[in-house]
Design a protein around this ligand. Structure first.
Ligand SMILES: [Cu+2]
Length: 482
């Protein structure tokens, strides 16, 4: 790879942003922090827009125990802010894309058709996927071309999502709208009396900023000295979108709802709260062994959490805000639930949800170190920028390994192929029941040890930071399962 590619976190006809001043830096390390883009567009008052629920994709055909979908990436104009038109890139021309509902163990085949003017790559985030369908960042689908991605889904029920994964351009391409939810269901989960149907709601949360005419803003770096450095810490929007709508409202019955929270933001971490109990039932890799009740939930980019909220604790006419304790001003708001009716509710959250096998780190064949750090003009893993040809690790198929991840500033680290369990955070065991994760937030100057087992597929995969600007500026490493 040439170094010039790192000069191009540029963008594609998006509104350009000029930057003055010095980027914010971490007090601890002096490395750049995410930067807020300020909208020029008139913004709606919070909770004025109803929450949209993305359409569920329909297979174009089903045959031989598989469902076949077609996703066409195209440019479209949609109304994100009331009264303004915003150009997006969307799967099916929508933002977010349609929700794919799949079954564990049943093959899902997605034909991606690229009608955009730029190459793309599709990645099923959290998918246990053979390497040729995992969206390796250089496996490009050229403009006008198509590619079939095969997802065997030999995995548990879980809340996954799909998004663009093109090397060096994931941040701007996801920002433009290339993201959607992907739900895997299975018999074990369906046997539980959890809220279902209209009370099982995917909430894809992300932040964006808008020019006065409604165009999405993103830093345009070409020929603008200092801009790249200013935004290498990550791009933050000042409008919080849920399912593509700004600070929306959902009308709910006095009943339990399952909320599938997905942080699809480029660089924003949320600390979500309703002010009441959130009963967490699942994490990135599906159900926890038992539910845990929390008052707030931290979600870094790429992470998901399944929670049940019981709105029968409120009266008809009450409003319940979902707030972000990690944000200030308008970014402290996410969405609102308006409790507007009584309804029968036979759902429940059982005390036992599933079985989560604890991987034994004592059986690990290898412990590997991965150091995530700033490299001045970009980001590094083990001191090196991403090179898709260099394998940073070669784990053996079937082996358990411990990976020790160390950060300078905060990095949400995402491992492809297999889910993992968090063993320690700065040497301490994490609290709560164990769960399967595919993304873990390293906070500033932390060491997190994870344990995983490499299963089913040999080949090339990646480990990377899910702050998309860090990822685009080379914080990624390839590994090969042998
Ligand atoms: Cu990072």
């Amino acid at each position: 790879m040439t170094s010039t590619r790192r000069d191009v976190l540029r963008l594609l006809g998006l509104g350009a942003v000029a930057v003055a001043g010095v980027p914010g830096c971490s007090l601890l390390t002096g490395t750049p922090q995410p930067q807020l883009l300020t909208s020029a567009a008139p913004l709606p008052r919070p909770y004025a827009v109803p929450l949209p629920v993305p359409e569920v994709a329909k297979p174009v055909r089903s045959a031989g125990g598989a469902d076949f979908y077609e996703l066409t990436e195209r440019a479209a104009e949609v109304e994100v802010l009331p009264g303004l038109r915003t150009g997006i890139w969307g799967y099916g021309g929508t933002f977010p894309g349609p929700t794919i509902q799949a079954r564990a163990g049943r093959r899902t085949v997605v034909k991606l058709v690229n009608q955009l003017g730029e190459p793309t790559v599709l990645h099923l985030h959290g998918g246990h996927t053979p390497p040729e369908s995992d969206g390796f960042p250089t496996d490009l689908v050229a403009p006008g071309a198509s590619r079939e991605y095969v997802f065997p889904l030999e995995q548990r029920a879980a809340t996954l999502w799909y998004h663009d994964h093109r090397m060096d351009y994931t941040g701007p391409q996801v920002w433009r709208g290339l993201a959607g939810m992907f739900l895997v269901r299975d018999a074990e989960e369906e046997a539980l009396p959890l809220p279902a149907g209209e009370r099982d709601v995917p909430l894809l949360i992300c932040d964006r900023s808008f020019a006065a005419d409604g165009t999405m803003l993103y830093p345009a770096l070409e020929g603008r000295p200092g801009v790249r450095e200013a935004y290498m810490g990550g791009v933050l929007g000042d409008v919080i979108l849920v399912n593509g709508a700004p600070w929306p409202e959902l009308r709910v019955a006095r009943a339990r709802y399952r909320l599938r929270l997905c942080n699809a933001s480029n660089a924003r971490t949320y600390e979500l709260t309703t002010g009441g109990p959130l009963v967490q039932i699942g994490t990135d890799g599906g159900l926890l062994a038992q539910p845990r009740t929390v008052r707030q939930l931290r979600l870094a980019p790429g992470e998901r959490a399944d929670v049940v909220v019981d709105f029968s604790a409120y009266k008809v006419g009450q409003h319940v805000e979902l707030r972000n304790l990690a944000g200030e001003g308008a970014q402290a708001r996410v969405m609102r639930f308006a409790v507007d009716r009584d309804e029968r509710d036979e759902s429940a959250v059982p005390a036992r949800l599933s079985t989560v096998e604890a991987l034994d780190p004592g059986k690990a064949k290898v412990t590997r170190e991965f150091e995530f750090s700033s490299g001045g003009m970009g980001w590094l893993i083990n001191g090196k920028p991403f090179d898709p040809k260099r394998m940073e690790a070669r784990p053996r198929l079937g082996d358990i390994e411990v990976w020790r991840l160390t950060s300078d500033v905060a990095h949400p680290v995402h491992l492809h192929l297999d889910h993992f369990q968090v063993l320690t955070v700065n040497g301490e065991r994490p609290q709560g029941p164990p769960g399967w994760k595919d993304t873990v937030e390293l906070r500033e100057a932390q060491t997190v040890e994870i344990v995983t087992r490499f299963t089913d597929y040999r080949g090339r995969y990646v480990l990377h930071c899910h702050n998309l600007e860090h990822e685009d500026m080379a914080m990624m490493a390839a590994f090969e399962v042998i």
